[in-house]
Design a protein around this ligand. Structure first.
Ligand SMILES: Cc1cc2nc3c(=O)[nH]c(=O)nc-3n(C[C@H](O)[C@H](O)[C@H](O)COP(=O)(O)OP(=O)(O)OC[C@H]3O[C@@H](n4cnc5c(N)ncnc54)[C@H](O)[C@@H]3O)c2cc1C
Ligand code: SF4
Length: 571
């Protein structure tokens, strides 16, 4: 027999990471640092930090349509156009509706970023830790299944990722929003401070804080070593930040992993499925379709991290069938794709505030004011389960609005340099939704995408609990604004479809019991231990905090375990 050993070597790595976004970037960094030759497979194009941010430095006037919506474009891509961050300045980082179809059994706005860096280029960078209350919630309140871990298991990993990524915030000492390892915080402006004082005076257990976010307000050595610099408060982040002022895979984890010499990134590589070896009873590698040549290529590795973002991770695993796993790898209980949940953003509102006309604020602060959840934290106290965070910001109609102002001549130009007299307040909820079996995704039996991969069918909806939560938010938010002296309060329901929150989670949930969950406490598939899932797909429940910091911490924790297990030859 002739073995082509060299050819085999070329396709064999210690670890494969599927996806190069927030969680995949962390997997790559940690695995490479620990000495593993790591292949990152990314379906989208290469995006190199700084070099591939074509709009980062452009003024509004340099765009053909001055960043206004183009009706023909909106008609062609209605879903992605609903995302607030999508514009002429950022469209190259978003998936267009017509290029990557999926099936909406129920309305679902699936917002995606297919490129090296994934959605880490686009995210709003709000980063809060979960607390013990979120990890205990399913067991306490009797929904989903019990988490196999608690806050104490993840706390050191939060610290680990916060230090490297750079998270700004105050140590607020709030039980259900644990403090982290923070860089200096941004500041609330005068109207936000005014509302904070009013909330403090009028309510127990309600606090207003400045949003904790992944921005380098004062870089430490570790950030300078990454080649990143101080955030300039331009708030043009979704275009890619040439200063590395905010955390993205492109500016931080991926270049760090590359420096070890252990990283190979293969862009333009759609992962079709994971290959299962019946003999070793392990996953042996992945099957990839090259988007340029359409060639099918197989890569091998000892461990596989699946970080394609929650729904694509579900898709890849469901599509990884074998004699042993006819319904998808690790899917013995047929629960894969089920118990999806997301964040509830439908409750929103606006108001005006009179006063403070002589005050302004510095720059375009890339975060807002937040209120940690104050509903059902310590005990059940409303007619709905779980709670919501509140985000709000106050601002004076800004110069930017002047671009749309009609007029001409010097008076008009002069008026563009002045903010409007009135302060406005915008407020919105970020609520926890319940993972339910009927909220699920599955593979289409007859429709495939351009690479022959089955399309995903989305069957996800709101429920009665969500509607009650929206109503409660409307009442509470309006009352808090009124007590703070706001006027013209207008609360509304955006009625947006699930998905637009861009916090989709679940489908491959962690749990203690292999009969009711897919992953163990280390994010390994119960029935195929060398496959790790550490993106949003692993989430047993969704809490009310922004989720990505938790994905990062879970990823770092799981990579550490994977390497220990490899050393012990358990994988
Ligand atoms: C506008 C916006 C605002 C947001 N704001 C916040 C926020 O403030 N706070 C917060 O916590 N989160 C926020 N998010 C969500 C956050 O971006 C995601 O939670 C996070 O990016 C998820 O990380 P991930 O690694 O799972 O997925 P991603 O970052 O999406 O990366 C997944 C990668 O996998 C690749 N991939 C997918 N399928 C395949 C395949 N078959 N083969 C190979 N590669 C594949 C994709 O191309 C992509 O690069 C926001 C998102 C958006 C778009
Ligand atoms: S606000 Fe900060 S992170 Fe965002 S683009 Fe500006 S400098 Fe970069």
């Amino acid at each position: 027999m002739n073995f082509n050993i060299d050819a085999d070597k070329q396709i064999t790595y210690d670890a494969i990471v599927i996806g190069s976004g927030i969680s995949g970037g962390w997997a790559a960094k940690e695995l490479c640092e620990k000495g593993l030759k790591t292949l990152v497979l990314e379906r989208g194009k290469m995006v190199e930090h700084q070099k591939d941010y074509p709009t980062a430095m452009k003024g509004v006037w340099e765009f053909d349509h001055r960043l206004k919506d183009i009706p023909a474009e909106v008609e062609k891509n209605p879903i992605v156009n609903r995302c607030y961050a999508y514009s002429d300045a950022t469209k190259h980082f978003f998936v267009k509706d017509d290029q990557h179809p999926y099936i909406q059994e129920k309305p679902f706005d699936w917002i995606r970023g297919y490129q090296v860096g994934g959605k880490s280029l686009l995210w709003a960078r709000q980063t809060q830790r979960w607390s013990q209350y979120e990890f205990e919630a399913p067991a306490r309140d009797g929904f989903a299944v019990d988490w196999p871990i608690r806050y104490k298991d993840i706390a050191p990993w939060y610290t680990h990722v916060e230090r490297f990524a750079g998270i700004s915030g105050n140590k607020d000492g709030i039980k259900n929003l644990p403090d982290g390892d923070f860089l200096p915080a941004w500041e609330l402006n005068c109207v936000e401070k005014h509302i904070k004082e009013s909330v403090k005076k009028n309510y127990q257990n309600r606090q207003v804080i400045i949003g904790r976010c992944a921005h380098l307000t004062k870089p430490n050595d570790i950030h300078i070593q990454q080649g990143r610099g101080q955030c300039q408060a331009r708030s043009l982040c979704e275009r890619g930040c040439p200063y590395g002022g905010y955390f993205s895979s492109n500016s931080s984890t991926l270049p760090w992993a590359a420096k070890t010499g252990n990283l190979t990134i293969r862009p333009n590589s759609v992962v079709h499925s994971i290959i299962y070896d019946e003999k070793s009873q392990k996953a042996s590698g992945v099957r990839v379709i090259d988007t340029d040549s359409k060639e099918v290529i197989e890569y091998k590795a000892k461990i596989i991290f699946v970080n394609a973002a929650a729904l694509n991770t579900n898709l890849i695993l469901l599509n990884s069938t074998s004699n042993r796993f006819p319904n998808g790898i690790g899917n013995d209980n047929d629960l894969m794709g089920h118990y999806l949940a997301f964040h509830l953003y439908r409750g929103q509102g606006g108001a005006t505030f009179e006063g403070y006309a002589d005050q302004y604020y510095y720059g375009r602060r890339p975060t807002s004011a937040f209120m940690p959840s104050f509903r059902n934290v310590y005990k059940q106290e409303t007619d709905f389960q779980r709670g919501y965070m509140v985000a709000f910001s106050a601002g004076r109609g800004s110069w930017q609005e002047g671009y749309g102002k009609e007029g001409f001549g010097s008076d008009w130009k002069e008026s563009l340099t002045e903010p409007s007299d009135q302060w406005g307040v915008y407020i919105q909820m970020q609520g926890e939704t319940m993972p339910k079996k009927e909220n699920h995704v599955r593979l289409s039996k007859d429709k495939v995408d351009a690479w022959g991969v089955p399309q995903l069918i989305m069957s996800v909806d709101y429920d009665e609990n969500d509607i009650k939560m929206i109503k409660d938010f409307h009442v509470q938010a309006a009352e808090m604004l009124e007590k703070s002296g706001c006027k013209n309060i207008n609360m509304f329901d955006s009625k947006q479809a699930p998905g637009l929150d861009i916090h989709e989670m679940g489908g491959v949930r962690m749990g203690k019991d292999p009969k009711t969950s897919l992953l163990n406490e280390w994010n390994q598939l119960h029935f195929c231990k060398n496959v790790f899932v550490t993106d949003g797909a692993c989430m047993t429940s969704v809490g009310n905090q922004n989720p990505s910091l938790t994905f990062m911490a879970l990823t770092a924790r799981a990579t550490n375990h994977a390497v220990e297990e490899l050393k012990k030859k358990n994988l």
